[in-house]
Design a binder for this molecule. Structure first.
Ligand SMILES: [Cu+2]
Length: 283
């Protein structure tokens, strides 16, 4: 029986290697829905892979160590007297320094990726004064506010003002964020109540929406189509309902969508909409 337990603990590292191999593979989709879409996705996935490799190696090392000790004990003559240990200072120093070194290495290694996608001055020039939308998370939906087509912000101050307070020409949507494909896009994340988290799995993006803050998130979607985005922060009873759609489309289609939204929103309830050319563009 003692040998069984030793072998039992040695068996798990073998499972760990198999899972570590299979889980991130795009064919199995165990971890993420397919290969990452866009440059940020690829870089974040590289960090994921690095951490997965480190944790797998550590897991295998500790399990093999445990199995070895158990096996050694199991094979000993049962009449051998037990030996009691009160700890080892050198061992404790080693297992404190080694993990600290690994954590420090990960912290330094990921800094470039962090800076490129989190520090505002690193955002592409195209989005510095031209955000796609303000995305407000609230219990339990995503509110989208686009600037009126053609609205240009002269400076950061004017942009911040718009992010904080809506303007009469703004356009609105709920649970559906349209994005032009192959073009950098920036959304300002806000919260209407508690803390939420914007999670876009296909791009590997996750950023909290924090009450009182407007947090810019920028990304480039390379593939056209519909992608889910959701709330990744347990924000209340209806948290599960915060699943929304990101619709990546060609730039012309995106502009048509905005114009159509503009016509719909400014509709007076009387005019015959079919006579307006702007509606026909998307037909
Ligand atoms: Cu939420």
């Amino acid at each position: 029986m003692r040998v069984f337990w030793a072998l039992f603990f040695i068996f798990w590292p073998i499972v760990a290697v198999a899972v570590c191999w299979v889980a991130p593979s795009p064919e199995f989709n165990w971890w993420f829905p397919g290969a990452p879409d866009g440059p940020i996705g690829r870089r974040i996935e590289d960090l994921f892979d690095l951490i997965l490799i480190i944790t797998t190696v550590v897991f295998i090392g500790t399990q093999v160590g445990l199995g070895y000790v158990l096996l050694k004990g199991a094979l000993k003559d049962p009449s051998t007297k037990a030996w009691h240990s009160h700890g080892s200072h050198s061992l404790e120093v080693i297992w404190t320094i080694v993990p600290s070194g690994i954590l420090l290495f990960i912290a330094l290694y990921q800094m470039d990726t962090w800076a490129d996608f989190r520090i505002q001055s690193h955002a592409p020039d195209q989005v510095q004064l031209q955000p796609l939308a303000v995305l407000t998370a609230r219990q339990f939906e995503w509110r989208v506010r686009y600037a009126a087509p053609g609205r240009l912000f002269k400076n950061k101050q004017e942009l911040d003002e718009w992010v904080r307070s809506p303007e009469p020409g703004d356009l609105y949507g709920v649970n559906e964020l349209h994005v032009p494909v192959a073009k950098p896009a920036c959304v300002y994340l806000r919260s209407g109540d508690v803390q939420h988290s914007f999670f876009l799995p296909t791009l590997r993006i996750k950023q909290d929406a924090v009450p009182g803050l407007a947090i810019p998130v920028w990304f480039t979607v390379l593939e056209e189509g519909e992608k889910p985005f959701l709330c990744a922060e347990l924000c209340g009873w209806g948290h599960y309902k915060m699943k929304a759609r990101l619709i990546a489309e060609a730039d012309e289609e995106f502009q048509d969508f905005l114009k159509e939204l503009q016509v719909k929103q400014s509709y007076d309830g009387v005019t015959d909409l079919s006579s307006q050319s702007v509606v026909k563009t998307s037909e």
